[in-house]
Design a binder for this molecule. Structure first.
Ligand SMILES: NC(=O)C1=CN([C@@H]2O[C@H](COP(=O)(O)OP(=O)(O)OC[C@H]3O[C@@H](n4cnc5c(N)ncnc54)[C@H](OP(=O)(O)O)[C@@H]3O)[C@@H](O)[C@H]2O)C=CC1
Ligand SMILES: CC(=O)N[C@@H](CCC(=O)OP(=O)(O)O)C(=O)O
Length: 352
């Protein structure tokens, strides 16, 4: 469903001052088919965007406006880079004006509204819109996303774990679906820009810790997707950790290979599965990925290790703010507006 007709796509961003918001601005200000039309902040109303973020000087000349005074209804698409629960309050009105929605929060990810209410501690106020929304993992739902009015952009941990397991669960009998362990690490920007004690320099630097040990809201999101792919029950152990780096995510996934599948060439399986994917790189056998190999890029890199015939380890890295959030959201927008998926996303990682 192309809505461009030769004109630029008018884009609004609700929540332009947060880390995913400013990352959207970095990507979209260089996107050849986008006209930035509205950028909101309630706290910074009236401030020039480039005054708050000097990296955008010469690229963005808008000022922040409040969601109420912003011309969101004149946009072709609105990104919500806001806390959970904000997008669902505004979704109906925007859809009624023909505006499409990409939510970077969780309002349109989990189809199970009981699980949503339990993990997000709020009722889902528009289950009808949720029912028509599409989970925005392009490598899984490419055709549906192209026609969607509402896309729920995946969580950062789910992006790594679901793409790490997709080639295995697509086929019956390769691994034991009742025994999957995802041991995941995130940089501190994953917690957002708002002030909080765990992200203070003196708390997060020179330290390494597990968090969400009693359960994390990405567990139901990952499980819902994995079970949809596998077509049956999946038992997942998921443990997030906070690493003293700014950007980056590293997920190490352990699975048991079924006895009848131990002669499988998993390297070839992954290479074939992701052969046509511009943003998933299956690294050569024996590789050990690093987060800096994807920093500021939309790439997700996967490497496989086979310590013994009965075990497979999948190593996945991404930039949590790009493929894990804003880059993936732009990838979704490209598809929704009939553009080549890679438009504006041809970014090489920054080293060192
Ligand atoms: N950081 C990450 O790596 C990832 C984040 N996400 C998700 O993306 C979303 C944004 O994350 P992030 O950028 O880190 O968050 P931040 O806390 O850094 O920013 C939140 C933004 O939302 C605005 N905002 C807050 N409350 C409201 C409200 N009620 N109505 C309108 N605007 C509001 C804030 O501006 P103001 O208060 O001035 O209006 C601010 O611009 C979250 O849902 C997060 O879970 C998803 C994947 C990865
Ligand atoms: C390091 C850190 O705190 N990471 C965040 C996850 C990233 C994120 O924002 O995910 P959602 O969009 O699903 O909220 C967390 O664990 O809460």
């Amino acid at each position: 469903m192309a809505a461009v007709n030769g004109k630029k796509i008018k884009v609004g961003i609700v929540g332009g001052t947060g880390y995913t918001g400013v990352e959207l601005l970095r990507l979209l200000s260089c996107h050849p088919n986008v006209e930035l039309t509205a950028i909101t902040s309630r706290k910074e109303e009236g401030m020039p965007v480039a005054q708050m973020y000097p990296n955008l000087r010469g690229h963005v000349d808008l000022c922040f406006t409040t969601p109420e005074t912003s011309p969101l209804e004149q946009c072709d698409v609105v990104f919500f880079a806001t806390p959970h629960g904000v997008a669902m309050e505004q979704a109906k009105s925007l859809l009624d004006h023909g505006v499409r929605i990409i939510d970077l929060a969780a309002d349109f990810r989990l189809q199970d509204t009981v699980a949503f209410e339990q993990w997000y501690n709020m009722p889902h106020t528009c289950p009808d819109i949720l029912a028509e929304s599409v989970y925005g993992l392009v490598e899984l739902n490419r055709e549906k996303i192209a026609n969607a009015r509402v896309v729920g952009n995946p969580g950062c941990y789910p992006t790594t774990v679901v793409l790490g397991l997709l080639p295995l669960l697509r086929r019956q009998g390769l691994i034991d679906p009742s025994y999957i362990i995802a041991d995941c690490k995130s940089g501190v920007s994953g917690a957002g820009r708002k002030a909080s004690v765990p992200t203070l320099f003196s708390e997060a630097s020179d330290n390494f810790k597990a968090y969400g040990v009693g359960g994390h809201r990405h567990h139901p999101e990952i499980t819902e997707q994995l079970e949809g792919i596998a077509g049956g029950a999946v038992q997942l152990t998921f443990q997030p950790h906070l690493v003293p780096m700014i950007r980056g995510m590293f997920s190490t996934i352990y699975v048991r290979v079924q006895p009848d599948a131990q002669s499988t060439d998993f390297q070839a399986l992954y290479e074939q599965h992701y052969a046509g994917e511009p943003f998933v790189d299956v690294m050569p056998a024996g590789s050990a990925p690093e987060t800096r190999s994807v920093r500021a890029s939309n790439q997700l890199r996967i490497a496989l290790q086979r310590p013994n015939p009965g075990q497979l380890i999948i190593l996945v890295v991404q930039d949590n703010l790009v493929k894990g959030a804003s880059g993936q959201a732009v990838q979704n927008m490209n598809l929704m507006f009939g553009l080549p998926e890679t438009t504006g996303l041809d970014l090489v990682a920054v080293l060192p």
